[in-house]
Design a protein around this ligand. Structure first.
Ligand code: F1P
Length: 296
């Protein structure tokens, strides 16, 4: 037992096994609202919701379910045509996502994943999936992001109840020397690039900590120069042996896991909070950031 302050983020991160089980139970009730196999889709969001969009789009295309593009909501390409657009937004009030859904209304079928009943996006989207049980108090998203991606992963046969056991393992793992690093480069391939980007965003938001993220094979094309002793490279998913040995030659620490990458992300979330705690920061309320970016 320790006397550390418990942040909302601590509680929300620790609740992920339970939230993933709830998501598994909820998924069949909304499966008919998700894109059908063969549809050409775009997936959109901002911040963490954008990175989950990227992960989902990559998984869906790799699963052979159809061409799947991803955009941060402000960069949607209107000249392209899609059978359906999926929007992810915890708050349902993010300006760029609202603007996009307003522009698409009546032109393209849209479905929004949000945590808030009656939020503005639910008025604009053709269909809404509301996962209020995954909402959060912390400004920094953790369980929302994994619940949203988890729900979408059920389309490809992922068993979230089974994954919740891996989440428990990630919650119990020792962070070792990771909180003493002065920089972390997160890498991934395919859908785990979205997880790498999300992990780096967590440390920046929660702890103002220097973190970068790249596709694993592109890490050699420059980012490798940042690596040195006292810094770490963190891989989500399998990384080829040659790359691991190139990382070792830099003297950087290397973190990887045999857990499902979404469970491994939990360890990265925990690290972000540990880094914030170590700097005396409150990760629930990062400077210059609010729960939802509402412009104007
Ligand atoms: C997206 C987002 C978060 C970020 C912060 C501000 O929100 O950019 O990723 O951590 O909370 O908003 P949303 O559209 O998912 O509500």
């Amino acid at each position: 037992m320790n006397n550390e302050v418990q942040f909302h983020a601590d509680v929300e991160i620790a609740s992920q096994p339970e939230i993933w089980r709830k998501t598994a139970a909820f998924a069949p009730s909304v499966a008919h609202l998700l894109p059908k196999p063969g549809e050409r889709i775009a997936v959109v969001g901002c911040g963490s919701s954008w990175f989950m969009s990227q992960a989902y789009a990559s998984l869906r295309e790799a699963a052979g379910q159809g061409e799947s593009h991803y955009f941060t909501a402000s960069e949607y390409i209107y000249s392209r045509s899609y059978d359906r657009v999926v929007a992810i937004t915890r708050s349902g009030t993010t300006t760029e996502t609202i603007d996009l859904l307003r522009n698409l209304k009546g032109k393209v079928p849209t479905v929004v994943l949000t945590a808030v009943h009656g939020s503005p996006v639910t008025e604009l989207a053709s269909d809404s999936i509301v996962m209020d049980f995954a909402d959060e108090k912390s400004v920094v998203q953790t369980r929302w992001a994994t619940a949203a991606l988890g729900l979408l992963r059920t389309q490809f046969g992922t068993d979230l109840v089974e994954l919740s056991k891996q989440a428990e393992i990630a919650l119990a793992e020792d962070l070792g020397e990771l909180p003493t690093m002065d920089e972390i480069t997160y890498i991934g391939a395919g859908w785990t690039i979205g997880l790498a980007l999300e992990a780096a965003l967590k440390t920046r938001e929660a702890a103002q900590f220097w973190a970068e993220a790249y596709p694993a094979m592109d890490y050699r094309h420059g980012p490798l120069s940042i690596s040195q002793p006292g810094r770490a490279v963190w891989a989500f998913g399998e990384i080829e042996a040659d790359l691991i040995s190139d990382i070792a030659q830099t003297g950087a620490s290397f973190e990887s896991s045999t857990l499902d990458p979404m469970a491994h992300l939990i360890k990265a979330q925990r690290l972000a909070i540990a880094l914030a705690r170590g700097k005396g920061m409150n990760p629930d309320y990062p400077r210059n950031l609010s729960r939802s970016i509402i412009l104007k």
